[in-house]
Design a protein around this ligand. Structure first.
Ligand code: HEM
Length: 411
């Protein structure tokens, strides 16, 4: 595990359908350990549920300080300063309330009916294509992009392609010039959208822009950065989750069969998939503002603390038999959307999109299955999120999709 004879090198794995054995071992036996990061600096890796939650809820562990160039880092690249602590920037600019409302359980920008309509159209096209087909490239990505434009109220014209947007999630021991380039492209495109958003005023971004203009706290560039963050959060995170969740579900045909028979179980299944899938290809970083004792470890002021919510979601003290995908499990306090001050505000809208997408997948296919063994699926290496490169699938179309004609068999 330790490549230099001393410290284990983190991250351990990039798979979204199974926790790395090193994390499973840590969470069970040693929930705080010293690791070496991608940049070669040392950090505390926190994996136990209680310890992870206590770090996330403790303001002595700062997210803002992770963008300080003098602090130890997980990865060589620094995102634009204004997107490290979105919450504080939104608070200062008077946007927080409307951001939370715009992605919360009562948001009006993207209804379940609309998600089903969009998903039905895109899935119908995918299912009319050749088999095996790639569920990620053929359905999940176009769907995520379409839902993003709808929720945010963006005209998609000229938006950077999927690969460019996903490049922003790249991590690793090397600095990738493609990351700042991709960010710059997305930011330039977003700046070009601002006049249209101002004129139109509709959609979530239109609303946030009107508030931002009224408060005058953020400059044009900062607004564009904030909106790019929201763009990649809404595009990349739900796509990542759906990629890993679909692999997880197809590796458990008995669960798929139960959901087909009783779609009312879907919200429960989505919650369990949020717990069970491994989402982060990295960890959530924090910097200690002062000396803090965590269990028997003294974290020193300025230390980098890496929080693995994926490991915490597999803590056997909180989730018995944690590696089992069990949709009958009583709802537990999983940390997929983080916790404390920086808890993700997009949880409700992300859950709704996943539930409705899986509903449509089940409605339009009768035996969706992996076309290769789950172990043969490749996952992108060195990304902040765990994305399968492709998910080859086979199916029998049913309902409206069957009327468009079955997918052709190939290979
Ligand atoms: C399955 C989908 C999603 C997952 C798993 C997810 C997860 C997360 C996580 C782990 C964080 C980091 C919190 C931290 O550092 O403690 C975060 C932050 C954030 N997410 Fe999400 N997210 C998802 C979807 C969304 C969506 C759809 C939006 C809205 C468009 C969104 C908006 C945000 C924002 C604004 C933050 C920054 C919060 C802050 O700085 O305090 N997320 N998300």
């Amino acid at each position: 595990m330790a490549d230099d004879g001393r410290l284990p090198r983190y991250p351990f794995s990039f798979r979204g359908d199974r926790l790395a054995p090193e994390l499973a071992e840590s969470v069970a036996h040693r929930p705080i350990l010293r690791v070496r990061t991608n940049t070669g600096t040392d950090a505390w890796l926190v994996t136990g549920h209680a310890q992870v939650r206590s770090v996330l809820r403790d303001r002595r562990f700062s997210l803002t300080l992770t963008s300080d160039p003098w602090m130890p880092r997980q990865d060589p690249l620094i995102p634009p300063l204004t997107v490290t602590d979105i919450r504080t920037h939104c608070e200062n600019a008077g946007l927080l309330h409307d951001l939370f409302r715009g992605v919360g359980p009562c948001q009006q920008y993207l209804t379940p009916v609309r998600v089903r309509e969009i998903a039905t159209g895109l899935l119908g096209t995918f299912l009319a294509g050749a088999q095996p087909g790639d569920l990620v490239g053929g359905f999940i990505m176009p769907l995520s992009r379409a839902l993003t434009m709808e929720l945010l109220g963006l005209d998609p014209e000229g938006c950077p392609d999927d690969a460019t947007l996903f490049t922003i999630f790249r991590t690793g021991p090397e600095s990738h010039p493609a990351v700042p380039d991709s960010w710059a492209l997305a930011q330039e495109w977003m700046r070009g959208r601002l006049p249209g958003l101002r004129a139109d005023g509709g959609g979530l971004l239109g609303r946030l822009l009107a508030l931002s203009d009224a408060s005058g706290v953020l400059g044009e560039e900062e607004v564009a950065d904030l909106f790019v963050f929201l763009l990649i959060s809404q595009f990349g995170n739900p796509a990542t989750f759906l990629g890993a969740a679909s692999v997880g579900l197809m590796s458990h045909p008995e669960v798929l069969a139960r959901l087909r028979a009783d779609p009312a179980l879907l919200p429960r299944a989505v919650d369990e998939l949020l717990r069970w899938t491994v989402f982060l290809g990295d960890a959530l970083p924090r910097i200690a503002r002062e000396d803090v004792r965590l269990d028997d470890v003294l974290v020193r002021e300025g230390d980098l603390v890496l929080v693995s919510t994926d490991a915490a979601n597999h803590d056997p003290r909180v989730f018995p038999d944690p590696h089992r995908l069990d949709i009958d499990r009583p709802p537990g306090p999983h940390l997929r959307f983080s916790d404390g001050r920086h808890r993700c505000p997009g949880g409700p809208v992300a859950r709704m999109q996943a539930t409705e997408t899986l509903r449509v997948l089940l409605e339009l296919t009768s035996d969706l299955r992996l076309a290769v063994p789950a172990d043969a699926i490749a996952w992108h290496r060195y990304y902040a999120v765990t994305l399968p490169v492709t998910v080859p699938v086979r199916w029998t179309a049913r309902g409206a999709a069957a009327e468009r004609g079955p997918g052709r068999g190939a290979g």
